[in-house]
Design a protein. Structure first.
Length: 227
């Protein structure tokens, strides 16, 4: 199958899964911002996205996207290193300002994955997972599983967690700014005019998404949600 047997096919898989994950990040960021304006509304969203069948299906699909993206990322990186040393992506032209991100996508990706693991530990493992275990008949505490505001405030009241999240978001920004235009380049939207336009759109879009997450972290770290 060309999606796995050819270099172009692997890049297409990376591009499609990456763009899908960016869309999820956009939704997640918008959802998190609700916590600043209304704790009750945010908790209603958390309850709606609990251990319901549609949420579990979406979670499974999201997990599959993440795993495929990570596997193909390592696969392509090892292939590129074997063929061209430390070069990460074979593109005809690299925009100024993204060379560092392009050359360090593996390191940035590893930081993003570690941040994802921390995020799962602080939220998913304390919200949806207990609900699933309870549904399976296990005796677990489900008191605050739908109280998203409680978990956000509890997590970001710890300076260590807040700083780690901010570092994660910086790495995510670099990863997204390069990954966005690289994905569109792979999918063929790479003529001279639109290449620069997509690079600018990607930078702006990635900045908005990352800032949205950072605002929530800073709001609950510095103000405890009471600003």
């Amino acid at each position: 199958m060309w999606l796995s047997n050819s270099s172009i096919g692997r890049k297409v898989v990376m591009s499609v899964t990456g763009l899908a994950l960016i869309l999820f990040l956009t939704f997640h960021m918008a959802m998190n911002l609700v916590a600043i304006f209304s704790g009750d509304a945010y908790n209603m969203i958390c309850e709606f996205l609990g251990a319901n069948w549609y949420a579990l299906v979406a979670t499974a699909g999201l997990a599959a996207l993440v795993v495929i993206h990570i596997v193909y990322a390592f696969w392509l990186t090892m292939q590129n290193r074997a063929a061209r040393g430390s070069e990460r992506y074979a593109v005809s032209a690299k925009p100024k300002g993204v060379e560092w991100a392009s050359q360090n996508m593996l390191v940035l990706g590893i930081i993003v994955v570690l941040g994802l693991a921390l995020h799962l530990f602080n939220f998913w493992a304390k919200m949806q997972l207990p609900e699933v275990l309870h549904m399976l008949g296990m005796h677990v505490d489900t008191t605050n599983v739908a109280n998203g505001v409680y978990h956000i405030a509890n997590t970001f009241s710890c300076p260590v967690y807040s700083i780690l999240y901010l570092v994660w978001l910086v790495a995510l920004w670099f990863h997204l700014t390069h990954g966005f235009w690289s994905a569109l380049h792979t999918l063929g939207w790479n003529n001279k005019i639109w290449f620069e336009r997509w690079r600018m759109i990607g930078n702006i879009y990635s900045t908005i998404v990352v800032l949205g997450f950072a605002v929530v972290v800073l709001y609950y770290w510095l103000c405890g949600g009471a600003c």
